[in-house]
Design a protein around this ligand. Structure first.
Ligand SMILES: NC(=O)C1=CN([C@@H]2O[C@H](COP(=O)(O)OP(=O)(O)OC[C@H]3O[C@@H](n4cnc5c(N)ncnc54)[C@H](OP(=O)(O)O)[C@@H]3O)[C@@H](O)[C@H]2O)C=CC1
Ligand SMILES: O=C([O-])CC(=O)C(=O)O
Length: 260
């Protein structure tokens, strides 16, 4: 499988190391990368033997089968349609972009017409299988997430004392915290939609982990799940599990016997 990467930050570097050096996905290689900073692109290209593409247009002319986005919500908004139109599948890290129903539907249409697929990894949380099963026939009544992170991982958080930075819907949360609460959008896509998913974001100076507590209830019963994530070493905003979930998504793609 030939892969291309957009974004050479925390998750991007992790994927380059895991796929190109540690060979964790059999028969896969990241052959090309595009990131905003040219210095960073050169360094990554040298270290991991991936070709640099100065823009996404030229990356789409490469023979990669699939593009991994590990950049920003804005990058997904800007490039997702052209990636799918070029016939390549797409793995999205910044799933917050799909909170916009119009955008979601537009990408879905493009997938149908071009026989392409979008993979949305579970990111820094779990429990999506429960929500999907719960709503398949039965009723899902409520879904919520409480995210607790150290202040260094959240914009505008005070360093001295716990503070609720946000309380409201996932739709509003991702508008205000596009780099911090993608988890609420993957949760809402598996469950009740972004307007109907409750979100609370707490900044906690005592926190050493990025924790996400998910509660759901419906005709299946109740779900209560807490993930206590270690942050990535170079970017405390992002949990290690989010990067791992992209590898898992790539592995699932080729599995003949799928779990979940
Ligand atoms: N689904 C989930 O559960 C999670 C999702 N995420 C999301 O995943 C994404 C990647 O995370 P992470 O690697 O930690 O972030 P980083 O900030 O470490 O890296 C992002 C990289 O993308 C580059 N970039 C930004 N915009 C563009 C663009 N338009 N075109 C090309 N490159 C671009 C940045 O360049 P520069 O340095 O110049 O800005 C940087 O190299 C983020 O959107 C993050 O919010 C993170 C955690 C969990
Ligand atoms: O990594 C995390 O814990 C969550 C995160 O940043 C996001 O959802 O955007």
């Amino acid at each position: 499988m030939k892969l291309a990467l957009i974004g050479g930050g925390n998750i991007g570097r992790f994927l380059l190391q895991s796929i190109n050096i540690d060979c964790l996905i059999p028969n896969a290689k990241i052959i090309g990368l595009h990131t905003r900073c040219q210095e960073q692109a050169k360094e990554l290209s040298r270290e991991f033997e991936a070709e640099i593409f100065e823009d996404v247009e030229s990356l789409l002319k490469s023979d990669a089968d699939l593009v991994i986005e590990a950049a920003t919500v804005e990058a997904v908004e800007e490039y997702a349609a052209s990636i799918l139109l070029s016939g390549k599948d797409l793995v999205v890290s910044s799933v917050g972009a799909l909170a916009d129903r119009e955008f979601y539907k537009c990408l879905e249409e493009i997938c149908i017409l071009n026989n392409t697929k979008i993979h949305l990894p579970s990111g820094a949380i779990g429990g999506l299988d429960v929500l999907k099963a719960a709503k398949s026939i039965g009723e899902l009544d409520s879904v919520s997430i409480i995210t607790r992170k150290p202040p260094q991982a959240l914009p505008g958080a005070p360093l001295d004392g716990e503070k609720v930075l946000f309380e409201g819907s996932a739709a509003e949360a991702i508008r205000l915290f596009p780099k911090n609460i993608n988890v609420s959008i993957i949760l809402s896509l598996a469950g009740l939609g972004a307007e109907n998913t409750g979100v609370k974001i707490i900044s906690d100076p005592a926190a050493r982990k990025n924790s996400h507590t998910i509660e759901a209830a419906g005709s299946f019963g109740k779900l209560s799940l807490q993930v206590e994530n270690d942050p990535m070493p170079n970017n405390p905003k992002t949990s290690y599990l989010a990067a791992l979930s992209i590898l898992a998504s790539l592995k699932n793609r080729d599995e003949l016997i799928r779990v979940g």
